[in-house]
Design a protein around this ligand. Structure first.
Ligand code: TXA
Ligand code: MG
Length: 328
């Protein structure tokens, strides 16, 4: 169940729907978002309902340009490290969690006094937001916990329209960076901007979130252990060479791996190679697409092999780990 498919030349219809409080799924460079006017609490409530998303998981607000994004942040309270990151990586797959102004209703941020802000790298997304004339709150356009959509046809949540912007180039969600009370930049979610590139821009390493947390709310609720999960059981393994043929015997098992070649001759029913030449950027762009295909293949099990844990490989391994079925 989902809304009418709109082509880029119908962008004004999509913008009018957003302005009128409707829900529009739209392409960004990372994944398709399920957008609503961020200043309209009723529209934002419908986003949570459409996804079946718990109200404690805050939404990212998307702006058409950096100036509009800064307009939603409390500039007196913004940590010094935020500005150089925005200058370097906006537009692009980086979300900065910053102190918010009153323009952002509490339902967007689940009551937090910070808001996740991002300027998407996809020109059609920026144009949609510009024409809507409002900031757009948008989680990934999948049912809560499911696989993120990287093509218009993946969008399966109820909405008024889907604006087709083609396949997503980056393919994994934005990197989310927050700031500790003392301003220390912290990696809340690995994603489409490599942590190494952010650290190079900062001239210092990113901190990890304090696992103890300050209160009982998750630091970045999207970091819930199970997420991005296919319906088919998924096993995440360091190396498939460690699987015995007996483990595969008699079952329809699919393989998701970087190059795919090590799985040949092991009896897999289907193999998805994310990047036969081993390019992690290409692999990220294929990740959710490959997961969607394997999930539709009628398999008993998906085996996903870890990729090298550098660059976008970190985001890929993070998503695979969270897609894995917990051991019984
Ligand atoms: O690439 C993306 O970020 C995509 C596209 C559509 O822009 N959006 C996306 O949204 O991935 P979503 O809702 O699936 O993930 C948002 C993440 C969650 O982990 C959420 O907890 C975190 O951002 N987040 C948002 N606002 C936050 C805040 N104020 N404090 C901490 N974490 C926040
Ligand atoms: Mg999501």
């Amino acid at each position: 169940m989902r809304g009418r498919l709109l082509q880029p030349d119908q962008i004004d219809e999509a913008a009018a729907l957003l302005r009128g409080g409707g829900l529009v799924a739209f392409a960004t460079e990372t994944v398709y978002g399920l957008g609503a006017d961020a200043t309209d609490p009723g529209a934002v409530a419908r986003v949570f309902a459409a996804k079946g998303r718990p109200s404690f998981d805050p939404l990212i607000v998307h702006a058409a340009d950096p100036g509009s994004a800064w307009g939603l942040a409390d500039l007196d309270e913004v940590p010094a490290a935020a500005k150089p990151l925005a200058d370097e990586f906006w537009p692009g797959p980086l979300t900065l969690v910053l102190p918010k102004t009153h323009a952002v209703p509490g339902i967007v941020t689940s009551g937090l006094d910070t808001v996740g802000l991002r300027v998407p790298g996809h020109a059609l997304a920026r144009e949609l937001i510009r024409r809507a004339g409002v900031p757009v709150a948008a989680p990934s356009a999948n049912a809560f916990g499911g696989i993120s959509p990287t093509r218009a046809e993946h969008v399966a949540v109820p909405c008024d329209a889907v604006l087709d912007g083609g396949p997503c180039m980056t393919g994994v969600e934005s990197t989310v960076v927050g700031f500790a009370d003392d301003g220390t930049p912290t990696l809340l979610r690995p994603g489409g901007t490599a942590a190494e590139a952010i650290e190079a821009a900062l001239g210092r390493p990113l901190a990890s979130p304090d696992p103890a947390g300050g209160d009982d709310r998750p630091r970045s609720p999207g970091m819930l252990a199970r997420h991005y999960a296919p319906r088919t059981p998924l096993q995440y393994v360091a190396r498939i060479e460690r699987l015995s043929p007996a483990e595969l015997g008699g079952r329809r098992v699919g393989l998701l791996s970087l190059r795919g070649e090590a799985g040949r001759g092991m009896g897999f029913s289907s193999i998805e190679a994310l990047s036969p030449r081993g390019d992690l950027v290409e692999a990220a762009s294929n990740l959710f697409d490959a997961m969607h295909r394997l999930d539709a293949a009628g398999l008993d099990l998906i085996v996903a092999e870890a990729v090298p844990d550098t660059g976008l490989g970190r985001a890929i391994n993070d998503r695979l780990r969270r897609a894995a079925t917990p051991a019984a």
